[in-house]
Write a new protein. Structure first.
Length: 396
């Protein structure tokens, strides 16, 4: 455990005593990572491939069992929300419960799946992920809750089952129509590897990340995005409508991810709306780009991987229209810097973060140059995080 981790745990133990009146030294400890997607954006719900990895920034929990059915939650990151309390039975979404709806949703879908909790918990949460940054703080919290429940009640679920239940909590309980990538990367992450995941079949394999003297630098626009209220569901509906039009000539087509670029170009005329054609083109081309990028990385062609990252951002900007001024400014500034292999937005878009592969010796200059130029263009500074690739959610 590094110094930053130790300091955070100490603050959480103090909050446990002050806010929940418990002896934190006896509490169980858990960690759930955030995730960054290296390439393959907005492909997950289109039946394509993604290439995410879990990162060393994430969510920590101190957990103590209670004798009754009440659960009390406190988050160091959202201290102004105070202690949030709820019963473990018959949960419904409550706007007033704010961030607690994510763990509540997981408890609810566990119960519906026959995994009923027999007591509540006292839990203190502390995170190193910036909220609303597109690094999956919500998925991190959901999978964390799933692992806590599975551990406490010996439900015997494997991680893929917990990942699916966590996604269902966000889709059904919270009402955000996300694909499975975020929860999968958080739960199934592996140190020093990214995951090539086929979102259609959930077939996956780990691909070792050897960046040859480079690191992953995450740059936060510091413009928060709200997934639920963003245009995410609109994009999803546009792609579904485009797919339905293509099915009129290819009835067997289950998802856009099944098409090659050449097949799509031949069929694209059957999509009547120009805008929907663009959205579908991104989904198809991004999927093929992702497969090509993983092959490049496995062939030790890091430069080609970087070029495909850049092309991904351009497609997300021009065809999918989910970037915006802040993300475009960060990506374009990154492309100009010496030592940058590739850079693109990561996550749903409309704010959030870019992910860049930067040569280690160039990182400090990268942060200085991009930071100053971004602040001049946008009016406020970005934040930088150099992340390691981490293991998935686990008990410490």
């Amino acid at each position: 455990m590094d110094k930053q981790e130790q300091e955070l745990i100490q603050k959480m133990e103090q909050a446990f005593r002050e806010k929940l009146g418990g002896d934190a030294s006896q509490a169980r400890r858990y960690f759930s990572p955030g995730r960054v997607n290296l390439i393959g954006e907005h492909t997950d719900y289109n039946g394509g491939h993604v290439f995410p990895c879990a990162i060393s920034l994430g969510t920590y929990a101190l957990v103590q069992d209670r004798q009754d059915m009440q659960t009390r939650l406190f988050s160091l990151n959202l201290a102004d929300k105070g202690v949030i309390e709820f019963s473990m039975e018959g949960l419904k979404y409550e706007a007033a419960k704010d961030w607690a709806n994510y763990p509540m949703g997981v408890i609810s879908v566990f119960e519906q799946a026959g995994h009923k909790c027999s007591h509540g918990f006292d839990i203190v949460i502390g995170g190193t992920l910036p909220g609303g940054s597109g690094l999956s703080s919500s998925a991190s919290l959901e999978v964390l809750t799933a692992v806590i429940l599975n551990d406490a009640f010996d439900f015997g679920l494997d991680m893929v089952e917990m990942v699916k239940l966590s996604q269902k909590a966000e889709n059904v309980f919270v009402g955000v129509n996300c694909g499975i990538m975020d929860q999968f990367a958080v739960g199934m992450g592996k140190a020093n590897s990214a995951i090539l995941l086929d979102c259609n079949t959930l077939e996956y394999r780990y691909s070792p990340i050897a960046l040859a003297g480079a690191s992953i630098v995450i740059t936060n626009t510091n413009k928060p995005h709200s997934l639920a209220s963003s245009a995410y569901n609109v994009r999803r509906a546009q792609c579904e409508h485009a797919l339905n039009e293509l099915r009129e000539v290819r009835p067997e087509l289950k998802s856009l991810g099944e098409l090659t670029n050449e097949e799509f170009d031949k069929l694209a005329g059957h999509i009547s709306e120009h805008l929907e054609r663009q959205r579908a083109r991104h989904a198809v081309y991004e999927n093929q780009r992702t497969l090509a990028a993983v092959k490049a990385l496995e062939d030790s062609d890091v430069a080609q991987f970087g070029r495909l990252m850049n092309a991904s951002h351009v497609s997300l900007r021009d065809d999918y229209d989910v970037t915006g001024k802040e993300l475009d400014t960060l990506a374009e500034l990154a492309w100009e810097q010496p030592g940058v292999i590739g850079s693109r937005m990561t996550g749903a878009g409309f704010g959030g973060c870019t992910v860049s592969l930067v040569k280690n010796e160039a990182i400090e200059a990268f942060k200085k140059n991009v930071g100053e130029s971004y602040e001049k263009a946008i009016g406020y500074a970005p934040s930088f995080y150099v992340a390691n690739i981490a293991d998935g959610t686990h008990r410490l």
